[in-house]
Design a protein around this ligand. Sequence first.
Ligand SMILES: [Zn+2]
Length: 448
Amino acid sequence: MAANYNPGSDIASGGAQPHPDSSTPPISGDTPRITPPTSIQAQAGNGNTVQSIHPDSHEGIPNPRDRAIQDMAIAIIEKAIAIEASDIHINPEKDRTRLRYRRDGVLHEQEPLDRAKFAPLASCLKIMASLDIAQRWIPQDGRIRLEYGDRHIELRVSTYPTIDGESIVMRILDKDTTLPDTGDLGLSERDMREFNKVINRSGGIFLVTGPTGSGKTTTLYSAINSLDSHHKHIVTIEEPVECELKDINQGEIKEKRGFGFAQALRALLRHDPDIILVGEIRDGETAETAFRAANTGHLVLSTLHTNSAVSAVTRLKDLGVESFLVGSSLLASLGQRLVRKICPDCIQEVQPRQRDLESVEHLGVKATDTFFAGKGCTKCHNTGYKGRIGIFELFALDDEMRDMISHNLAEKDLLEYARRGGMTTLLEDGLTKARAGLTSLLEVARVL
Ligand SMILES: [Zn+2]
């Protein structure tokens, strides 16, 4: 069974979906089963036994170490893995416990869980994640490591105290997932050519921009995975390491211990790197250090939270990087979103609906144009979609552009110049993919 690599983590709006999925099929008999972590049989993380500190355990509520509760926890996780979900959301409410799975970036509602079993279930999951089950009023985060068939699965567990109890979200990280080749990311021919040019440079900085869950990290992983790791020293600074790569030194920041992106980057510069992947640039110190590295013969790859590729320039200046430094060291900025791919088993032609048309008609989409959508079938768990693909806009810098940036020209002037040079926007790339039947018009409208 091939797991999808789903880096998305934000709570995306459900959007307008043709086939809201509420019924995922049960796991079949030949599906691999989870080997539970040993922590579930051991004591709670703080050394106390569950019985002695769990106030509910004597009140007729099932004990979190009861077999039935453990089985319930395992079944929830197993089903999530079986349907290739990226996250599990368990949210207690007044009279029910919601269970949702995120698949291809969108949450899907499941049968609610028995409210009476929520407290022991939450405790059971917290024991598995080595969290303190006596603490229910502060957020906690931990991890659960599992074997699933021959795959190594890690769950990042985070709890958040709500007025109805602790909300639990688990991100599923499959350490054995295969990364897409750069050629399979979804870049157009022109963008692919520029992308390859940029990632093979020996110095400068390349940024992938977009909101959380837009696939930025996967793109960078694929990029460094395609580079020569034998003759180049490739190192990463991440939070967290989402996928383990062969022949690449991956570091994980520990903010609580004072090991943040900027500190890690400074230490790395004394560590003889050729290529550095910085998980994210989100403060001035990291931005400045990254540009210093890029300016001294290192290729730096990183991500930035901006809406468009060109707005990376403004964002970097806002973070305190000097215009001339942005102009001289930035190689390119790649804007990215992820759209769900239409299921090839139930794809059909559709005409755009009036309300969808309004948002894209300025691009020449007409009511008579043909687009595509998935009808929903067993192969796609009735969602009409299977897997995801990126939509992109690549803002690459030439000498004229560097000059314009150094002279602080406005974003719209930079964009206009780039467009004259052949740059396509996220919306244009999305529409091209929708017209080709790779995704639906609704998906493009959902993510942009
Ligand atoms: Zn289908």
